[in-house]
Design a protein around this ligand. Structure first.
Ligand code: SAH
Length: 345
């Protein structure tokens, strides 16, 4: 079956035209799709059209299977897709609104050594409608509408590498920011990538106004290769050239993620980081490593984390340490799904 949320207004319009239905219905169906209701709730459509939609489309491609609420207001969701696959997401409360972290793939084939999402490789890409479905399903679950959104910001930082599912992710960004739908501004969307340089250049040419985030994690190729398999395919200089291309064209601030480990937080790293980011409007998000107990990587103490932040600060690099939200409910990316998949949910 087709997924209704995969469709733009124009595509719904084409489908309607093939049925001989009037054009204005496309906007109505698109709104219902974004309100995430079932066909019988699409009250301004004829019974016949509702039945047609029910017969041809999945209207709820993703459902909440379990949720975990943290004392700080963070909610972790375990979602089920229509083929039974599980993915996860996190909703974080900030002063300015609610940020939802969404997944772009079931699993991931990038194989970063610190990340649980890639442990079993890639199962499949999510469609644009399945990525959008996460936003719509949570908005509706929290009582949000299109005019009164309960999800205001999106980070593409759940499981998967967004630029490895390029076409569906770009379509998702266009659908989620469409004025007729949930209409989340592209300025409130961050896309995080491990650094597929050619895709960063391609993304630049889409002329979107999202924030680009690079998972940098090291200041030298050798260290980066040990942490991230993708560093064998793209050197730091190739990735940073692509980032400069993006920055020079968009003039948008670029965010760099940096997991603090024993190996990548020396004073020399702070200086190399400064050099790597020169000429960019950049901000560094320092992430306290959230390691699996079987990991061979070594994190650093709070005192050493502060020392690294100070070294960056002294070098004139804008950096903040990421708050760890929801640490009482479950660990990092992919860990929740792994546990529940084993329990046979
Ligand atoms: N594939 C994309 C987006 C998903 S990962 C990317 O690589 O950016 C989102 C962020 O979480 C990345 O910066 C990633 O490096 C980080 N991350 C993954 N596992 C982590 C862990 N165990 N501890 C801390 N950060 C982690």
């Amino acid at each position: 079956m087709k997924i209704l949320q995969d469709y733009s207004i124009d595509e719904i319009d084409e489908w309607l035209t093939s049925l001989g239905e009037p054009k204005f219905r496309a906007k109505q169906i698109f709104e219902w799709a974004h309100l995430y209701v079932s066909p019988d709730q699409m009250t301004n459509l004829s019974k016949e059209l509702r039945e047609r939609i029910a017969g041809e489309f999945i209207t709820n491609p993703i459902t909440i299977a379990k949720e975990f609420k943290s004392a700080d207001g963070t909610i972790k969701f375990l979602y089920k897709l229509s083929d039974g696959e599980l993915i996860e997401g996190v909703l974080m409360n900030y002063k300015y609104g609610n940020t939802l972290c969404v997944s772009t793939q079931v699993g991931c084939r990038m194989g970063c050594s610190f990340c649980a999402s890639g442990l079993e490789g890639l199962t499949r890409n999510l469609t644009a409608g399945e990525i959008l479905g996460q936003v719509l399903c949570v908005n509706s679950y929290l009582g949000g509408t299109l005019a009164d959104r309960k999800v205001t910001n999106i980070v593409l930082m759940g499981s998967g590498e967004p630029l490895d599912n390029y076409d569906n992710v770009v379509k998702f960004i266009k659908l989620v920011s469409a004025p007729e739908g949930i209409n989340i501004s592209q300025r409130n969307i961050s896309l995080s990538t491990c650094g597929l340089a050619d895709k960063i250049r391609k993304l630049t040419d889409e002329n979107l106004t999202i924030t680009l985030t690079l998972s940098l994690h090291a200041t030298e190729d050798e260290t980066r290769k040990r942490l991230m398999r993708v560093a064998n395919a793209y050197s730091l200089s190739e990735v940073m050239d692509a980032i400069r291309y993006y920055y020079n064209k968009t003039k948008r601030r670029v965010v760099f993620e940096y997991i603090m480990l024993k190996d990548n937080t020396t004073h020399a790293d702070a200086l190399r980081l400064k050099a790597l980011l020169s000429g960019l409007n950049a901000h560094v998000n320092l992430i306290p490593a959230n390691l699996d107990k079987n990991s061979t990587l070594v994190g650093i103490t709070k005192v050493k984390q502060t020392r690294f932040w100070q070294a960056l600060h002294d070098a004139g690099v804008s950096a903040t340490t990421r708050r760890t939200l929801g640490s009482d409910i479950e660990g990092a990316c992919g860990q929740l799904k792994r546990r529940h998949a084993k329990e046979g949910l």
